[in-house]
Design a protein around this ligand. Structure first.
Ligand SMILES: [Zn+2]
Length: 136
């Protein structure tokens, strides 16, 4: 897409710090990192969301994320990782082009994941599971 910043990175029109690249995937440092080494693993094809991607592309994103995490482990010695994909503006997706965040974690970093929780009784959980599984 013409106006997509990640498509422009893929085309080489916008500079970035590439850490890994193959035929389908490009991985580069997040310009606004949560921690040192925060990397975005991006499909080269413009796909807006994870749920719209093919199993093949989703697998390639996962595979490349493992590759990048392995390199981050060796290079920066993090103590853990967060991996996540935001989908949709409501969920915090800022660039509407599928990307996995690979965030190395350090004991002295300032990252906080605070999630709200809903209380659902067993009957409600059962009904939700049934509605979901029916669609698979
Ligand atoms: Zn794009």
């Amino acid at each position: 897409m013409q106006d997509c910043i990640f498509c422009r990175i893929v085309k080489g029109e916008i500079p970035c710090h590439i850490v890994y690249e193959n035929r389908h995937i490009i991985a580069f440092l997040d310009i606004n990192p949560m921690t040192e080494g925060h990397t975005l693993v991006v499909s080269k094809a413009h796909i807006e969301s994870f749920s719209d991607s093919s199993i093949d592309i989703a697998s390639k994103i996962a595979e490349s994320s493992v590759t990048v995490a392995g390199a981050l482990k060796k290079a920066l010695k993090p103590e853990g990782f967060n991996y996540f994909i935001n989908e949709g503006k409501l969920a915090g997706q800022l660039v509407m082009h599928l990307h996995m965040h690979v965030v190395p974690r350090y004991s002295d970093d300032d990252v906080k994941f605070e999630a709200g929780r809903v209380e659902l009784d067993d009957e409600k959980m059962k009904a939700i599971a049934k509605r979901i599984s029916k669609e698979i």
